[in-house]
Structures are given as C-alpha cells and as structure tokens.
Design a protein around this ligand. Structure first.
Ligand code: FES
Length: 134
C-alpha cells in the first residue's frame, strides 16, 4: 500500500462517515416528542428503507443502521484495533478498515488482520415511528 492509496482510502472512509451527516433528519435529536437521554439519536423509521444501510453519527462515532427482516440493528463503524472508520464493501460483503487492512464479516466479526474484537453493537429501541440509537 502506498501513501497515496492510504490517503485516498482515508478520504473515502471519512466521506462515508459524512454521508450520515448529509441525510436531512438522520442524526437530529431535536425531537420534541421523544425524551432522549444524552448521547441518544432518533431516526425516523421512514428514513431506513428495508435492506438499506445508513450511517448515522452518534456522538462522534459513525454508526451503521440496518433495517432488515423487520428488525433494526446498529453497529459502530470504529475498528476495534485502533479506532479507524471501517467501511462496508457490498461486493465482498465484508467491512474493511483502511488503516491496517483489518477485515470483518457481515456480522462484524474479525476475519483478518489485527482487529481483536467484533465491531461494537449499539442499543436500538423502536419508539412509535422512530428508531432510538444509544
Ligand atoms: S485500526 Fe483497523 S486494522 Fe488497525
């Protein structure tokens, strides 16, 4: 891997994390109908199409939210090795960390490289038409 490859990967990883910021209501906790605890984020269920992966910023961390088979799961996208932002590769159905080429399977379990633990899960609860993360 060259320094140029690493720079490009870091930019792509950061851009992927920012996608969550660019989505209008996602990441917005200014919901007057829900009492959210500090650090919690509410996302409208309507913003989570079935089978789609969305990135939401919770605190300072990118969290992937996946709605599939009538359930919603959330996973921290911080590598468990040194905290770089991992990204989903749909073609291979794995998460890849750009820093040291750590890899995780589709369930977030480490399968190659230095990551010592699975990607952390984030608590999810459904409140009416909202998904609360954290
Ligand atoms: S920080 Fe992800 S493999 Fe090292």
């Amino acid at each position: 891997m060259t320094a140029r490859d690493l720079d490009r990967r870091e930019v792509l990883a950061a851009a992927g994390a920012l996608v969550g910021l660019a989505l209008p209501p996602i990441g917005c906790s200014a919901d007057t109908e829900l009492a959210l605890a500090p650090g919690q984020v509410a996302v409208p269920l309507s913003d989570l199409p079935e089978g789609d992966r969305r990135v939401v910023i919770v605190g300072e961390n990118p969290v992937e939210v996946l709605r599939a088979d009538h359930t919603v799961t959330a996973r921290m996208l911080r590598c468990t090795h040194m905290g770089c932002v991992v990204r989903w590769r749909p073609d291979a159905r794995i998460y890849v960390c750009p820093c040291h080429d750590g890899r995780y399977d589709a369930e977030g379990n480490p399968i190659a490289g230095p990551p010592p633990r699975p990607l952390a899960t984030v608590p999810v609860s459904i409140r009416g038409t909202r998904v609360v993360l954290g």
